[in-house]
Design a protein around this ligand. Structure first.
Ligand SMILES: Cc1cc2nc3c(=O)[nH]c(=O)nc-3n(C[C@H](O)[C@H](O)[C@H](O)COP(=O)(O)O)c2cc1C
Length: 187
């Protein structure tokens, strides 16, 4: 698959087969992630890999509960309804979650981690895998006790959780707005 095709055909996948990823595949994705550019080549990223459908199902319940009671960022009514639905798995039934964490924060660490995430998602897509960013779990992974549970140093910041797996269904394309060009200065 060429890069242009990969960029245009990638979709967020929200239904996965019960088919685990190998360590080699996860390693390949992380090695693609770290090829991303970063400010001053600081490479301010670190990775947590969590695998296993049952483990992720359990984490989904905990993360949903956390998000429901997050007083700093209270959920909207529609999000609350979704989070209260016992059938809603925050990780969409994927067997692998990779949490990209920023090493001690400097000005562009979040941007760099997001570029790494895009590399990971496009590489996964080119390998025939599906991915979905799970921003809804980010505040959960930033909790001190959860960071400790996954060996994330207190001074690191989980920035970009993303699930990966073998897609069960290929999602329909989502639309894009026309790009808003604010200025195009020539000549
Ligand atoms: C930072 C970020 C956070 C996201 N969080 C979630 C999420 O928590 N759950 C989810 O199902 N999708 C999540 N998404 C996926 C977006 O909903 C999706 O990218 C968008 O609707 C466009 O669809 P596409 O990825 O198929 O092109 C997130 C995407 C980004 C970039």
């Amino acid at each position: 698959m060429d890069l242009n095709e990969a960029i245009h055909s990638r979709r967020s996948v929200r239904a996965y087969k019960d088919e685990p990823l190998t360590r080699e595949t996860v390693d390949k994705l992380i090695r693609a992630a770290v090829q991303a550019p970063s400010a001053s080549n600081r490479q301010p990223w670190a990775f947590v890999v969590i695998q296993g459908n049952e483990r992720l199902q359990g984490l989904s319940e905990r993360a949903k509960q956390h998000r429901l009671t997050d007083t700093q960022d209270p959920p909207s009514d529609s999000l609350r309804a979704r989070l209260m639905d016992s059938g809603y798995n925050l990780f969409h039934g994927a067997g692998t979650l990779i949490v990209i964490c920023a090493t001690p924060v400097y000005r562009y660490a979040a941007e760099d981690c997001s570029l790494a995430a895009q590399n990971l998602m496009l590489t996964a897509h080119a390998l025939g895998l599906g991915t979905c960013a799970i921003g809804l779990s980010r505040s959960f992974f930033n909790r001190a006790d959860v960071k400790a549970e996954f060996n994330i140093p207190a001074e690191y910041t989980p920035v970009f959780p993303v699930v990966v797996g073998h897609p069960a269904t290929v999602p329909a394309p989502t639309s894009r707005n026309e790009p808003e060009i604010l200025a195009w200065v020539e000549g």
